[in-house]
Design a protein around this ligand. Structure first.
Ligand code: FAD
Length: 539
């Protein structure tokens, strides 16, 4: 019987990211995927800034960028009557190169990485090729999870490989990253809560080699066609030769007609695929049971407006991975794995809500549509102006939500120190840097030009800022007694201390803040036990 430490079910972006982080931490994993190849259909196309920070930490950000849309390509969003008409509205968004230059020029606690446009059908094979380099990870495509049982010590999973008899894989833990129709979630009897089956849409993938160079209104990533009731939506894919079209068409063939009408210019194209997909706004009532967890679309399903699908799942993966590794290494306390659901389910619910708000924003400007929109009349002009004005405010609820993408905080976590008070609004669409316990550590540049994030190792870090002389030996001793990895890092310079506002910060392996203060005094042992899951933070 095959034995492993963690069995990951599903080699979508979430399962692959989980495997990658576990592989880096030296955990033995088996990753099974029922399909024989990675995804061929387009789905997500944008890794948000927080996902790119995570990929930087995993050492793959530049590989992702090299495989994605070139760094200088504009990321603008347009509303127009067709691809040859002048734009009714135009939301400029910085290219990756422009955003990176902006990040390099500022030191105000913002994000370290910009977003990256990369098609899911490019990202998945890339992640797979990286994961396959880890000797501790066994990747098995064409292998389906059929069922599993668990007891106090392990999980026994029955799997079916192609042309082979069923076999059992025994693992210490099982992670169900098996997508929206998750076998793992269903077998645990976990229901999805919220609104399911909201709307069906068709998505088609086109190859159109010349379009990108010939769009008179300018290069961008999203083109919304102001043509109701279908409102065709064209999305640039990473090759800049492929496009997806989303529309509520009544047949596959109609998708080609809609694409042709939207282009409104004689240009050759080929429709490569069409598929139907359904919009949901759902979150699992629980994120696991015992030794089994669910992550990614298995745990939450959003409308992709706002790009909070895969990106939320990547957050799940890196929250779960270090906790699994710590528990397997023996220093993770009982609260550690339990905190996965306590931390990530509120974020799942929050991002479902944010996705609903983004979709409502989009429907808001679409509601201004009137059949006179093309008319060369005062009424036609008024319709166009109204829609453009609404687009300018409402579409920003989709494109300008950095606070949702990166400002999430594990406020009620049992492994995060409680501070009195409320803290800044974690649902603010604008990102506001904070070191409030549970928040992602804001990025700062150090005086030697390095990013502080890059200095942080794979365990805990105690940051000592502003030349503090505070005695931290009690905390260091407590971590040693728990056999938990802690590095102490003295950070010189005023800027980091100004941004972080405290002399001492305890940072977790996933770069979220556990505790902050100016002195440790008698709390040291308690802080160490809370952060490693040995003692719930409420006591
Ligand atoms: C049109 C569209 C556009 C989108 N755009 C974006 C975007 O811009 N940004 C964003 O963040 N998200 C976007 N999303 C959402 C994103 O695609 C999903 O959130 C993402 O794929 C979820 O990743 P996952 O790994 O959790 O699940 P999946 O990608 O669904 O992967 C699950 C894997 O598990 C495998 N599997 C299932 N059952 C079993 C089994 N029993 N045994 C073995 N293997 C199994 C499946 O074959 C699959 O490969 C979009 C989605 C759609 C439909």
């Amino acid at each position: 019987m095959e034995e492993t430490q963690v069995l990951i079910v599903g080699a979508g972006p979430v399962g692959l990211t989980l495997a990658l982080d576990l592989g880096r931490r030296g955990v033995r994993c088996t990753l099974i995927e029922r399909n024989t190849t990675s995804i061929q259909l387009p789905k997500m196309e944008r890794c948000n800034a927080r996902t790119m920070e995570i990929y930087r930490r995993l050492g793959i950000a530049e590989q992702v960028r090299d495989a994605g849309l070139p760094r200088h390509a504009p990321m603008d969003v347009f509303l127009a009557l067709s691809m040859v008409d002048p734009p009714l509205a135009h939301l400029p968004c910085p290219s990756v190169a422009e955003a990176a230059a902006e990040i390099a020029s500022r030191n105000d606690g913002g994000l370290l990485e910009p977003y990256q446009l990369i098609s899911q059908y490019t990202l998945e094979p890339l992640l797979r090729s990286i994961v396959e380099t880890f000797p501790s990870i066994k990747v098995r495509f064409g292998c389906e999870l059929i069922s599993f049982t668990q007891d106090a010590n392990s999980v026994a999973a029955v799997v079916q490989a192609i042309d082979a008899p069923q076999e059992t894989i025994r693992a210490a833990y099982l992670a169900g990253c098996d997508g929206g129709s998750s076998t793992v979630r269903k077998q645990l009897g976990i229901t999805l809560q919220g609104e399911g089956n909201i709307r069906k849409l068709r998505q088609a993938l086109f190859r159109c080699d010349d379009l990108y160079e010939r769009i008179p209104m300018g290069k961008g990533r999203h083109y919304h066609i102001a043509d109701g009731p279908l409102f065709p939506f064209l999305i640039l894919q990473d090759s800049a030769r492929h496009w997806t079209l989303h529309a509520a068409a009544s047949s596959d063939a109609e998708m080609a007609q809609i694409f042709k009408k939207s282009l409104a210019m004689p240009i050759a194209f080929e429709m490569l695929s069409v598929n139907e997909w359904t919009q949901h706004l759902l979150c699992a009532e629980r994120y696991g049971e015992g030794r089994v967890f669910v992550a990614g679309d298995a745990a939450h399903l959003v409308i992709p407006t706002g790009g909070l699908g895969m990106n939320t799942g990547v957050g799940d993966a890196v929250d779960l991975s270090w906790k699994l590794a710590a528990t397997l290494e023996g220093w993770g306390g009982p609260q550690l794995l339990a905190s996965y659901e306590a931390e990530r389910r509120p974020i799942g619910l929050r991002n479902v809500k944010a996705s609903r708000a983004a979709m409502t924003g989009r429907l808001g400007w679409r509601a201004a549509y009137h059949s006179n929109i093309r008319d060369n009349t005062p009424d036609g002009a008024a319709t166009r102006e109204r829609m453009a004005a609404l687009f300018d405010t409402e579409q920003r609820k989709v494109t300008e939500i950095l606070g949702i993408e990166a400002g999430y905080r594990y406020g009620d976590s049992p492994i995060v120190w409680r501070e009195p008070g409320e803290g800044p609004d974690p649902d603010n669409p604008a990102y506001v840097p904070t070191t409030w316990p549970g928040a992602r550590l804001p990025h700062v540049w150090l005086s030697d030009g390095a990013a502080l994030h890059d200095r942080l190792g794979s365990g805990y870090t105690l940051l000592r800022l502003g030349g503090t002389h505070s005695d931290t030996s009690g905390l260091e001793r407590s971590f040693q007694e728990l056999h938990a990895p802690l590095e102490v890092l003295d950070i010189v310079g005023e800027r980091p201390r100004d941004i972080y506002q405290f002399d001492l910060l305890l940072i977790r392996p996933d770069l979220h803040v556990v505790w902050r203060g100016n002195h440790l005094r008698q709390d040291a042992s308690k802080i160490a036990r809370v952060s490693t899951g040995g003692l719930p933070s409420r006591t």
